[in-house]
Design a protein around this ligand. Structure first.
Ligand SMILES: [Zn+2]
Length: 156
């Protein structure tokens, strides 16, 4: 099964990207990875880069309660080792207005792609329960139980 996943920080730069994707590869299922927007913004604002070695870290410690139908979420910070800690800088474009604008543009561009695959029944929405360690096992579990997957497997 071939998968294509979208992500809020992914870049969808071209128009009609979904058609281009269909031309270059056969896509069975598109997984739309979704993250709570408040958590996403907090995480983006927590990004730091070591000015010496260039490694990326994240100082945001997420402990969001479940509310208004949104899933609760825990994402520990990705803290730097001691020799990087004093050299951390924030990227100039990791400010709240810039992050929010990036999100707005992303939504605008990803909407047609989502709609395209949704109409064909090839879009699966997946609410990320946390970081990769928490999300990956759940994603695999859902994919195994997914009807679409069984149908495709049976046909293969
Ligand atoms: Zn460093």
């Amino acid at each position: 099964m071939k998968l294509y996943s979208t992500y809020y920080q992914g870049d969808l730069k071209q128009e009609n990207q979904e058609e281009i994707l269909d031309e270059v590869t056969e896509i069975d299922l598109v997984v739309n990875l979704k993250l709570r927007e408040d958590v996403l913004i907090e995480k983006c604002l927590g990004r730091r880069v070591c000015s010496e070695c260039g490694k990326g870290f994240n100082v945001a410690s997420i402990d969001a309660k479940a509310e208004n139908g949104l899933p609760g979420m825990i994402m520990p910070p990705l803290l730097p080792p001691q020799h990087c800690a004093s050299k951390l800088v924030t990227r100039a474009d990791d400010t709240e207005p810039v992050v929010k604008e990036r999100l707005r543009v992303y939504k605008e561009k990803s909407q047609p792609v989502e709609d395209y695959y949704r109409k064909q029944g090839r879009l699966m929405e997946f609410d990320l329960p946390g970081g990769i360690p928490e999300s990956w096992p759940k994603l695999l579990e859902i994919l195994n139980l997914d009807d679409h997957h069984h149908k495709k497997s049976a046909a293969a």
